[in-house]
Design a protein around this ligand. Structure first.
Ligand code: MG
Length: 464
């Protein structure tokens, strides 16, 4: 410290004025977040994840400029619980947003995300973020459950799945679906502005809303949540994308989502926000395989949407933040959507709630690290409804119960559980439970410890 009477200080004051007149350094602006969430997109559906005929140049470039995950998971195999986990950083069983009886919310549902949950948007609001949600919400369509009641300043979108409110005789898996067959509401904030919107324009409209929001809030920290209605069936795309893909309608739809990603990244570049924005792309659950050509592909993974085999929950995951994330990295470290909650809150300087169990972990060391950086996540629990069907620890995954994602097949319990090494057998074909009883015992212990942290709560999906 220089004493008050110091001649150096006197000289300094004479030359430059009193220190008070030097403007206080502006606190560094926290980063913006953009989460782009596809619906029912499979692990094998992007160019950069090996699809031979679906072209996704913008997502491929995003991956080349950022970090691509090979082992990124959603926290459930169907829409509503998966979205609840993303928004709360918690396994959906904790918020009551999971059920075996009704696996998602429907237009006659009276439940939704409980007010006591602290959403990512609510957490970011404590740090002054502008928050916008543009797309499919599916965490309750009654006013008290909408994005505008959950920390978002604004909302534009279809509040549940785009195949709901269908007229009789409609065929959502058709390769020539009619948008007029579906009459879901389109909301602006909490107000219905259209009924049965033209779904051929829905991807474009969500994108335009998100872009306008970014432009309007370029001078303050923002969070854009862009959960596309597509490529959930019925599949629709706008005119410029018709007949674009050798993969057919599904490929056309992905071409439009890829275009949307390109527009978002271009706008961040044009507005000079590129080095202060984390963009993350993933999907809510695996491909809806029973939709045949209208459904996606899980690539080399087993099964799809609705199941706790890898195809149901392992998803493409791409993180992009030029200047912070080293380009061209690929990681096989474990991570999941719940981690985005804790990561974004931590990067924003906001508090991760400590009055309840939060399952998300801060991924920033992994995001900003090198090719050999480890993930803080070592395990994952696979729920179907409120029941634990499987669990992964490191390379190994144990199945306690298996069941096809859809159809009449009954659940099959396994004692001893099936055990697969996902590193050398990602397709889950070779049961190694007999060889590794120690690994199985460890996973069983881990699941028991997890189970002790789960409290019984009202099941929101069963309220109607
Ligand atoms: Mg879905």
């Amino acid at each position: 410290m220089i004493a008050k009477s110091s001649p150096i200080l006197v000289l300094f004051l004479a030359a430059f004025g009193a220190p008070q007149s030097i403007p206080a350094q502006k606190p560094e602006r926290p980063p913006n977040f953009v989460i782009i969430f596809a619906d029912d997109l499979g692990y094998g559906d992007l160019g950069c994840y090996g699809h031979p005929t679906i072209r996704t140049p913008n997502l491929d470039r995003m991956a080349a400029e950022g970090l691509r995950f090979t082992d990124f998971y959603s926290a459930a195999s169907v829409c509503t619980p998966s979205r609840a986990a993303l928004m709360t950083g918690r396994y959906p069983v904790r918020s009551g947003m999971a059920s075996a009886k009704r696996r998602v919310l429907f237009p006659d549902s009276k439940g939704g995300l409980p007010a006591g949950e602290i959403t990512l948007a609510e957490g970011l609001k404590t740090k002054g973020y502008a928050t916008g949600c543009f797309g499919k919400w599916h965490l309750g369509h009654l006013p008290q459950f909408l994005p505008t009641a959950n920390g978002f300043d604004t909302y534009f979108g279809i509040p549940y799945s785009n195949d709901m409110d269908a007229i009789k005789g409609s065929d959502s898996g058709s390769l020539e679906p009619k948008t007029g067959d579906y009459r879901p509401p389109l909301l602006r904030d909490a107000r219905e502005i259209e009924r049965g919107p033209d779904q051929t324009r829905i991807t474009r409209r969500y994108t335009e809303e998100a872009l306008a929001f970014i432009e309007a809030h370029r001078d303050e920290p923002f969070f854009v949540y862009l959960p596309h209605s597509m490529p959930h069936v019925p599949l629709f795309r706008s005119e410029p994308f018709v007949g674009r893909s050798p993969r057919g309608l599904y490929g056309d739809v992905l071409a439009e989502i890829d275009w949307s990603v390109g527009r978002i990244l271009d706008t961040l570049r044009d507005t000079g926000l590129v080095e202060n924005t984390l963009v993350f792309f993933t999907s809510d659950n695996g491909p809806w395989l029973i939709m045949d050509l209208a459904g996606g592909s899980a690539g080399l993974l087993r099964e799809g949407k609705g199941s706790t085999w890898e195809g149901g929950m392992r998803e493409p995951g791409i993180a992009w933040w030029p200047g912070r994330i080293k380009p061209g990295r690929v990681t096989s470290e474990l991570a999941c959507t719940m981690d985005l909650y804790s990561t974004c809150l931590t990067l924003a300087g906001a508090k991760v709630p400590d009055d309840r169990p939060v399952d998300g972990l801060d991924l920033s060391p992994l995001l900003f690290g090198d090719s050999d950086t480890k993930s803080p996540r070592e395990s994952l629990i696979y729920y179907r409804g409120t029941e634990i069907y499987a669990a992964r620890k490191g390379a190994y995954k144990a199945h306690f119960i298996t069941r096809a994602g859809y159809g009449q097949a009954a659940p099959e319990a396994h004692d001893p559980p099936l055990l697969f090494n996902l590193e050398n057998d990602p397709s889950e074909t070779i049961d190694v439970s007999a060889k590794h009883p120690d690994v199985l015992a460890e996973i069983v212990r881990m699941v028991a410890a997890h189970g002790k942290t789960v409290e019984e709560v009202p099941l929101q999906l069963e309220i109607r």
